[in-house]
Design a protein around this ligand. Structure first.
Ligand code: GSH
Length: 235
């Protein structure tokens, strides 16, 4: 949805999917042109120390000369710009509630990556996550799915994109330590196994032509941990 009257949109994040990918997917789905700025860790640190980041963190979205933070707020703004936010206020409430619930899942999952524990203890945390904690959450998303339809209303919304993105990051390794374990990679890859409606929704979103085009062209990264990835690992 190109609009000559809209100022340039610049999304800045590290060179991984992480907390920027939902917004990238929303812009892609809506055909909204944006600059996908992928910044080395050192440059993020410089901007933070120079006081250039509203809350000291990535992602940020620059809209003209204004700079905004908070990935989920940015994704919801992007959804309004992209035509992926429903019109009815109650549908908005439902869609935003689903988006925010994916944040609950992300916050719990990603926290394991940063636990100051020895490698065996971290691996045990991942095991507990995939075998016990995550299925309880996925069951709740499964119940929201309506076979053959998107989650809210009659068309693709930010809720579908958020759930798709959640499935995507749950199924691929979060960090180098998880990536190094075939057992944990298999647990991740199979985490939707008992949730057929979520699998169907994931497929339905992946087949939206603009999303498919983005998935085909986006950079591939082996995992999402900015602390250990090297530039050479990106393409
Ligand atoms: N609630 C924030 C969290 C942002 C956040 O944790 N950003 C991390 C990367 S995912 C970051 O910038 N870390 C580097 C730092 O804090 O210096 C959001 O969703 O945008």
């Amino acid at each position: 949805m190109a609009d000559a009257s809209r100022p340039l949109l610049k999304l800045s994040y590290f060179k991984v999917r992480g907390r920027a990918e939902m917004t990238r997917l929303v812009f892609a789905a809506g055909g909204v042109p944006f600059e996908d700025e992928r910044v080395p860790f050192e440059e993020q640190k410089r901007r933070k120390e120079a006081g250039e980041l509203p809350f000291g963190q990535f992602p940020t979205l620059a809209v003209g000369d204004r700079l905004f933070a908070q990935s989920y707020s940015i994704a919801k703004y992007a959804a309004r710009v992209a035509g992926l936010m429903p019109a009815d206020p109650l549908d908005v409430l439902q869609a935003e509630g689903i988006v925010d619930s994916t944040d609950d899942v992300r916050s719990k999952f990603v926290a394991i990556r940063y636990m100051p524990l020895d490698p065996n203890a971290v691996q045990e945390k991942y095991r507990e996550w995939f075998n016990a904690t995550l299925p309880v959450w996925l069951e709740k998303f499964e119940r929201l799915c309506r076979p053959g339809q998107f989650l809210v209303g009659d068309s693709l919304t930010v809720a579908d994109v958020a759930v798709f993105n959640m499935c995507d990051y749950l199924m691929s390794p979060s960090c180098a330590q998880q990536a190094a374990s075939p057992e944990l990679c298999a647990l991740a890859a199979g985490c939707l196994g008992s949730f057929p409606r979520l699998q169907e929704l994931r497929q339905k979103v992946a087949e939206v032509p603009a999303i498919k085009a983005w998935l085909d062209k986006r950079p591939q990264t082996p995992h999402d941990d900015v602390r250990t990835l090297r530039d050479a690992e990106f393409n």
